[in-house]
Design a protein around this ligand. Sequence first.
Ligand code: 5GP
Length: 313
Amino acid sequence: MLNSSAQSTVIPRTVLVVEDEPTLATAIAQRITAEGWTARVASDGASAVQAASTLRPDLVIMDIMLPVMDGLEATKRIVAERPVPVLILTARDDEADKVIIEYTDTITAYYKIKRAVIKDKGLYCNAISSEIFRILANAGVPVHFMEKLSDTEQVCRRVDAIPIEVIVRNVIAGSMAQRLGIEEGVIPAKTVIDLCYKNEDLGDPLINDFHALALGLVSEKELAEIYRLTGKINDILVPIFKGIGITLVDFKVEFGRLPDGSIVLSDDITPDSARFWDIETGMKLDKDRFRHDNGKVGQGYKTIYERLTGAEC
Ligand code: 5GP
């Protein structure tokens, strides 16, 4: 049982509220004061760092979108100076955090020099990428994809795009076959992962880890995560496609950062960005049909769509 002096003891608690929206800041501060705690408000990231240093609060309530210095950077600096619990306020489901991606029937190649319209390509690609991203998300890969909105649209989380194209090659084809003089169809002793700097003016040049770090495109930790996720994506997708009679020859993926700094798979995976060969017939079912004027381009996309989604057209 507590004695009377212990019962009357009030532990002074100080909460630093970092919020640039005055009405919200006042409302939060009032709730804290009503609990008998002390609230102090800072309205930008830099003032928050300063206030945390002098006030030594017991808790920080931090908004992410702030002027001068954003909430994540301010949190890093505050915690580096003195460990303190920080409650991050984020409007994750805000419309501003989402983007709608629309798939069209246009097909392009050779840096958009060659262009055409393929009937229903937008519908096929939206369905194919939505299904692939759904499979990957269920297997624990963090993705930007949220939901399929319509035949040709999907909702995704907004990301800070990393300008690197990561290419996985299970079978030699395309530029690797040309560059190294290897016949298409050769299976490499080890799966190849290429990095390209996403810059169309330069022709998306092939780079290596040193370039990616030297150009400041990613940190070492991010690059390691990108390789880990890419390997996992390949391990998941190869057997899925094999199960529907298709060899996943190669594919290109891209990644982005969420506001909390974590890496997610972004962009899309479709016959525009992957090579799919029918295991039985060897028929190419991807953009190479368009690149090399093989004809039946839409038929290739439709086959992938039907086998992957089980849909009948
Ligand atoms: P390659 O290096 O042989 O041209 O391409 C390897 C794989 O990555 C192919 O499946 C190709 O479709 C894909 N790829 C490479 N660069 C790009 C690109 O800039 N855009 C898209 N959509 N796919 C690409």
